[in-house]
Write a protein that binds this ligand. Structure first.
Ligand SMILES: NC(=O)c1ccc[n+]([C@@H]2O[C@H](COP(=O)([O-])OP(=O)(O)OC[C@H]3O[C@@H](n4cnc5c(N)ncnc54)[C@H](O)[C@@H]3O)[C@@H](O)[C@H]2O)c1
Length: 355
């Protein structure tokens, strides 16, 4: 398929694109370039990536594509809190706008990167795709809004699908240090301790970035009826774990001790997800990673690339990077670029991890 991948230059995109190309798809990227220069090893090559904002796409920009994969977003709670309006503008209205212009251009498939965080405060039972939405942050709300807005465009010739991903982990050429497994592993290597901010009791559903990518591939390969306007939780039952279990695994595998931040307290939230639908309906989706293997992969890559404290605390932290681009005047309040491509990549915008 000829596939437009929006958000191709982010954490998951940099893992997904080579897998799509490897599966024989013809890929074009579209990205605002917020993390250009925040590299963790060589970047994916051999495909074209356009620089632009999903909010500005026109139908003619989507001509000739058979599918759109939309990863472009303000991708976590801290950045979402920074500016809820911008979060709704990109994650919900921007995602819906991209669906609308794709449909107008005759694109048949639209695979949206949603999140388990739209279930929010879910109580003790494992949430299924039928469970109530109860988002507790602007980021979670934006994913609910996006699914609802995009769903309005579903018809005989346009099939959106919503992949509600668990929290990702694992190495990527556009590493993120602000997601739990990556964060604890990076802390072990740069600070020599696995530092917990709570007592580690909360449960988290986890999934490797490559396994998320496998879900996108499985949706593109599936018959239309199977995925038409359907949501799938993406993860594995075995990888719904408590934070302290992750911390212990990181400690065992890196030799760094687990420590607790001052005032670390119990957090009784249980957040469990049922992943049976995706394995039943999309048998091609077979997640391969375990959290333990992901920690080993991360630790090996962090050692190989010489992860610095500055990179761990700034370059690879989405909130720090966005604040820096805003502070330098390269992004405005709505997180729109104020300059051309060279602006984010050039000397002023390049993130050399020097903070
Ligand atoms: N990483 C996770 O744990 C996780 C879990 C569940 C869902 N998701 C979702 O998956 C998607 C990808 O996540 P990620 O971790 O790769 O995020 P990321 O922040 O690393 O990448 C997002 C990419 O989108 C681009 N982008 C942002 N706004 C844009 C816009 N308006 N126009 C064009 N490009 C824009 C950014 O420049 C960046 O390259 C997001 O939608 C996120 O909400 C991620």
């Amino acid at each position: 398929m000829r596939v437009l991948v929006a958000g191709d230059r982010g954490y998951i995109g940099a893992v997904l694109v080579p897998m799509l190309i490897g599966a024989g798809h013809d890929v074009v990227g579209l990205d605002a370039g917020w993390y250009d220069g925040c590299d963790f090893g060589p970047q994916p090559a051999g495909y074209q990536s356009r620089t632009g904002d999903i909010r500005d796409q026109r139908p003619e920009d989507l001509d000739g594509f058979e599918a759109v994969v939309n990863l472009a977003a303000i991708s976590n709670d801290p950045v979402g809190h920074l500016n809820p309006k911008a979060t709704y503008s990109v994650n919900a209205h921007g995602a819906a706008h991209l669906a609308q212009v794709a449909r107008e251009a005759g694109v048949a498939r639209y695979v949206f990167s949603s999140s388990c965080s739209l279930y929010g405060a879910a109580g003790d039972a494992a949430v299924t795709e039928q469970s109530e939405f109860n988002p507790v942050t602007p980021y979670g709300e934006s994913k609910v809004m996006a699914e609802q807005l995009i769903g309005k465009f579903a018809d005989d010739s346009f099939s959106p699908t919503y992949l509600r991903n668990a929290t990702a982990y694992g190495s990527s050429p556009r590493l993120r240090a602000d997601i739990v497994v990556n964060n604890l592993t990076g802390a072990a290597l740069t600070r020599g301790e696995v530092r917990l901010e709570s007592d580690g009791s909360p449960w988290r559903p986890l999934v490797h970035a490559e396994d998320i990518s496998r879900a996108f591939l499985a949706v593109l390969a599936a018959d239309r009826e199977v995925v038409h306007n359907e949501a799938f939780n993406v993860g594995r039952d075995e990888d719904v774990v408590q934070i302290r279990t992750i911390a212990t695994a990181v400690a065992e595998r890196t030799g760094a001790p687990v420590t607790f931040a001052e005032g670390a307290s119990a957090d009784k939230r249980d957040y469990r997800v049922d992943f049976s639908k995706i394995s039943e309906r999309l048998p091609d989706f077979r997640p391969l990673w375990t959290v333990a293997a992901g920690i080993d992969e991360l630790a090996a890559d962090m050692n190989r690339h010489g992860l610095t404290t500055a990179q761990f605390e700034h370059t690879f932290v989405r909130l720090a990077r966005i604040n820096r681009l805003k502070g330098e005047g390269l992004l405005d309040e709505q997180l729109r670029r104020t300059q051309d491509e060279a602006g984010l990549r050039g000397p002023a915008g390049a993130d050399r991890g020097s903070q």
